[in-house]
Design a protein around this ligand. Structure first.
Ligand code: ZN
Ligand code: ZN
Length: 369
């Protein structure tokens, strides 16, 4: 192939991404070349762009190409590849999603099958100056390395619905599994952004008996109800952590909830969540991914005496993306997924898209190639 493809090249903090052309690579045996259709900007992309997440820790050798919530079509299959990771036949032109991180495959976590906990996980293999160039999905192509996890997208799912599976939805499915969320249990969800909305639908489908969503923005609370919340707690009405914890207890017959999902990203939300828990309850900690917000204080005896725990989770498992796709097929007519994405941008306008989302003008944007 002598063709070239565009890529939004990231050179470092504060430097606008530059659109560059790279030669389109031939996939080596076991690899897959994807023609990207959509790549979203999610909260963690924004954290990286702002510098509250250290790209160095995610394995990126600069310059690189950012992004992780994406979907596209198979442009070329490397030798030896005829199926996806679930054994479904795969051919050129099929729509796919792929696991956005690369576990090392050779450590105690990987050995246990817990790739999300691999300490050597990287999101971007790079630098993008060297072949195969297409190290992230804000580009015309994405190069899926040999033996990586990839799934065919069912025909009934439109691209706009599929892109977010590769982050928010998968992380919530995995997170609720990791805290052993059980049929008939109760849950309080702190924060009704993208994660909170998916968490609500997933908890509903996992058999939650009561879902309480907490946020301070009326539109978001309304959205949470449309995605299955039984009750909402408006932070404008319940202003202090004590008032909110008391309200959650009131809504659960005085007991508190079995699980609190912390999806807002403020350390103070954790002690507040612990306060809302029933005895034996678990806090699912996902929100505090950025390093800048400081610490929280809690008396550990309060956790021991009531058997409360905190389980922190990042990324998702090898099989999660498949579960997320199947979940969307089952529930696509039940929840208003089309309301989640807000604005579309062209690849050339990617810097503008980041600026707008950083200013809060857009809650989530989609870069359409
Ligand atoms: Zn590993
Ligand atoms: Zn994401």
């Amino acid at each position: 192939m002598s063709k070239t493809g565009r890529a939004a090249v990231y050179k470092g903090l504060g430097i606008p991404m530059e659109i560059k052309e790279y030669p389109v690579p031939e996939p080596e045996p076991g690899a897959i070349l994807v023609k990207v259709s959509v790549a979203n900007i999610c909260g963690s992309d924004l954290h990286m762009w702002r510098g509250d997440l250290n790209l160095g820790n995610l394995g990126a050798a600069l310059p690189t190409i950012l992004g992780h919530e994406a979907t596209g079509r198979v442009a070329a299959l490397g030798a030896g590849i005829s199926t996806d990771s679930a054994g479904q036949p795969l051919k050129e032109g099929d729509r796919v999603v792929w696991m956005y991180y690369y576990p090392c495959g050779r450590c105690p976590a990987c050995l246990k099958g817990r790739q999300a906990e691999c300490p050597a996980n990287v999101m971007y293999l790079g630098p993008c100056e060297a072949p195969p160039h297409f190290t992230g999905p804000y580009a015309d192509y994405y190069y899926v390395r040999p033996n990586h996890t990839i799934f065919k997208v069912p025909d009934e799912l439109p691209d706009m619905l599929v892109a977010p599976v590769n982050c928010a939805l998968s992380e919530m499915i995995y997170g609720l599994e990791r805290v052993s969320f059980g049929f008939g249990e109760t849950i309080a969800i702190q924060g009704a952004g993208g994660l909170g909305i998916y968490a609500t639908a997933v908890a509903r489908e996992m058999g939650a008996s009561r879902i309480i969503v907490i946020d301070g923005i009326a539109q978001r609370l309304e959205m949470a109800r449309a995605f299955g919340a039984d009750e909402t707690v408006d932070m404008k009405q319940f202003k202090t952590p004590q008032e909110r914890a008391a309200r959650v207890k009131e809504l659960t017959g005085g007991w508190g909830v079995d699980v609190v999902a912390e999806l807002v990203g403020f350390p103070q939300a954790i002690p507040e969540g612990l306060e809302m828990l029933a005895s034996g309850g678990r806090v699912l900690e996902i929100g505090n991914i950025s390093l800048m917000h400081g610490n929280f204080e809690t008396d550990p005896a309060f956790m021991v005496v009531f058997s409360k725990s905190i389980i922190a989770v990042v990324m998702y498992g090898r099989d999660t993306l498949k579960k997320a796709l199947d979940f969307l097929v089952r529930t696509r007519n039940k929840y208003p997924y089309d309301k989640i994405l807000s604005r579309q941008y062209r690849l050339e306008d990617i810097n503008q898209a980041f600026e707008d989302q950083n200013k809060g003008l857009v809650s989530r944007s989609a870069i359409v190639m």
